[in-house]
Design a protein around this ligand. Sequence first.
Ligand SMILES: [Zn+2]
Length: 290
Amino acid sequence: MTPNRVIGVDLGGTKILAGIVDRDGVVHDRVERPTVTTSQTALLDQLADVVRELPLDGIAAVGFGIPSRIDFATGLALGAVNIPIRDVYFAREMEERLGLPIEMENDASCAAFAEFRLGAGQGADDLMAITLGTGVGGGVVSGGKLFRAYTELGHMVIVEDGEPCQGACSGRGHVETYCSGTAADALARRVIGPDATARDLVEQQHPALEEIGHHLGVAIGSLVNIFGSTRVVIGGGFGIAAFDLLVPAARLAVLREALAPSGQTLEIERAQLGTEAGLIGAALIAYDAL
Ligand SMILES: [Zn+2]
């Protein structure tokens, strides 16, 4: 049999999702493991182990979505904020471990691409996806094509000299500082109690979520002024769970910050592919490269 299927892998700050994905985006034989963060080598080894848990018969390539900036000229993964990835030729390392062709892209760009092709972004040629998870990721489709750049939308400054960002990021006042699931956990501890998490904020439909929604809307308004997106898709574990509670405040901020008529016409949608968007997008990118 000619190898004709691909594996998609989504490397997240807390978990790794992998699965065999067919061309229609249907995921088979899904594997989920907590992310090993002890060292870069341990993490790369674990990624290979997770892929090997899947049946490799008929597999033509593996696509990885990784939360890192990528230098596409050299294949260097420059660095991740929340996991130990830094200055590593990621695709080469995985090729050596797996003996299969490897494609890689930023994880949130993968999610954006999957939503564009198969989910909440269908029909919009100028699309932005923002994933609210451990960190905040972003991806942009412009003129029907995935914009392959850093697109670290989560590390855009929305509060000058604001609160320190998280992980390996030296910045302050970034979107991730205020809108990530991690930030929501911290907010929950402040407004509910020491054991509370983002999940409690969502379950209680807590008004503090408006604060996060406002920050998110400020970010979206600015980004729409740059990219001209007509639709924004909100994904990631926290983003999907809290979507209905974040959007009203976000919408108000977008109305103010985005230049007319974008504020009025921008569509804000919940991701349809759920937390599988990243792995599906990574697979689609690997298919496109075959
Ligand atoms: Zn940051």
